[in-house]
Design a protein around this ligand. Structure first.
Ligand code: ATP
Ligand code: MG
Length: 183
């Protein structure tokens, strides 16, 4: 199971539709300061269900929508779509018939986020659980933000435990237990 394609439209600095093929062996994205490297990683985190604006370097969730520049007007929505190859059938149960899994998240000003999994409307939680069960997702330690290494060194034991739980592939169970406790 691996990510093969990331498409962005109106997401942060990616105002024009952008189609990024994630080919085998891709090890880095380089470019001048401010060209959008971190925005790409944030798009990946966002489409996997990130719900904290602070994790997207914004004050509110709508801050991911292209805000406009002196020469281009702001957009009213942002959309990110992630294609996952599942030829190895390592995706969680429920996707055994799918060679490809398509996840789409779209946010519209004043209307919030909507998600689609293989064309079907789903909840944020469904998307988050898919990735948690696959031991990845918006909080996965596989995605390292700028400045995160020093945060890790200074982390409290509880926060470090979450990272170990994620590595052990039980983040989905943790989430379900948390939800059960809230009921
Ligand atoms: P660095 O090398 O400094 O880490 P980077 O390549 O990671 O740079 P990003 O932080 O991804 O760059 O991109 C920053 C750019 O994205 C800035 O120019 C900022 O104005 C732009 N940007 C962020 N949010 C939006 C938005 N909602 N609308 C338009 N532009 C945005
Ligand atoms: Mg950056």
């Amino acid at each position: 199971m691996h990510f093969t394609r990331l498409r962005l439209n109106g997401f942060k600095s990616f105002v024009d539709p952008t189609d990024l093929v994630i080919a085998d062996g891709l090890t880095g994205v380089v470019g001048p300061n401010g060209c959008g490297k971190s925005n790409l990683l944030e798009a990946l985190r966002w489409v996997m269900g990130e719900s904290r604006p602070t994790a997207m370097r914004g004050g509110g969730m709508e801050d991911v929508i292209f805000a406009g520049t002196s020469s281009r007007s702001a957009r009213n929505f942002a959309e990110v779509s992630l294609q996952i190859e599942n030829a190895d059938r390592l995706a969680p149960a429920g996707f055994n018939d799918s060679d490809l899994i398509d996840v789409i998240r779209r946010i519209t000003r004043d209307a919030g986020s909507a998600y689609k999994l293989n064309g079907k409307d789903v909840r944020a939680r469904d998307v988050q659980m898919l990735f948690a069960d696959a031991s990845t997702g918006s909080t996965s330690p596989a995605l390292v933000r700028q400045g995160q290494i020093s945060e890790l060194i200074n982390a409290k034991p509880r926060a470090r435990r979450r990272i170990l739980e994620d590595a052990a592939g039980i983040a989905g169970l943790y989430q379900r237990r948390h939800e059960a406790e809230l009921r």
